[in-house]
Design a protein around this ligand. Sequence first.
Ligand code: ADP
Ligand code: MG
Length: 269
Amino acid sequence: GVTVEFTGPTRVFTVSNQKGGVGKTTTTVNVASALASLGAQVLVIDLDPQGNASTALSIPHSADVLSVYDVLINGTALADVVQVSPEHPNLRCAPSTIHLAGAEIELVAQVAREFRLRRALETYLKTHPTDVVIIDCPPSLGLLTINAFTAASEVFIPIQAEYYALEGLSQLLGSIQMIQQHLNPELHLSTILLTMFDGRTRLAQQVADEVRNHFPDQVLDTVIPRSVRVSEAPSFGQSVIAYDGTSAGAIAYQEAAVEIASRTQGKEN
Ligand code: ADP
Ligand code: MG
């Protein structure tokens, strides 16, 4: 297979799009798993109270499990909540639990409420060398997502190639700009991935072309096809790479991961 060398500083991605159902969680889990099999040390942070990323990586996340909630609200060390996914020894996840649903409101009263995740991650990374961190965000622009935006430097947007895809983006781009100006100057849109792509429809092709015209440097060459295997994998607690590594969806996510990994090297070396 392909080998990619991971050197240099930790890359921290936040997978964001205020639309639900565009493939944020699917992309988080599958890119994370693919990067881990390429040799990267990977940490997924599940910031969505629904906990779908935790489920897909077979990470226990019932209400009694220590989770990102405890990190944000109780000051628990990130190292104390991180678990290794049975899928790959390089693949770790800080789970979400149902308590996280209340964190949006509880955070309001916290000191440095926008930076709780950033501080916890900085401390964790000092003792746990990690190549890539991927934060799965909820589909809203509240304090949980703001915590992801201050902890990350790269925004990773999955886009479903459909009619309103670009219109929905302007609010997100505005938020990124606001965060850049006021809270995290390093934050930038680095990566866009077209998901659930149906190349047979002309509309999908047109939207893809339009997205590529607007963001020529950010859109990955790889597109993720709509695939039943991709949607089945989470119910087996697996990424599609573990579930059916030879399926079209698995191959596409592996190619996307190689692109993501080699782009850094292109830019930073
Ligand atoms: P989000 O996190 O943005 O809400 P999800 O990743 O949960 O979106 O995806 C929404 C739904 O679409 C899920 O049921 C998921 O299994 C399905 N899905 C995502 N990507 C694909 C794909 N490439 N092919 C088929 N189904 C997909
Ligand atoms: Mg999700």
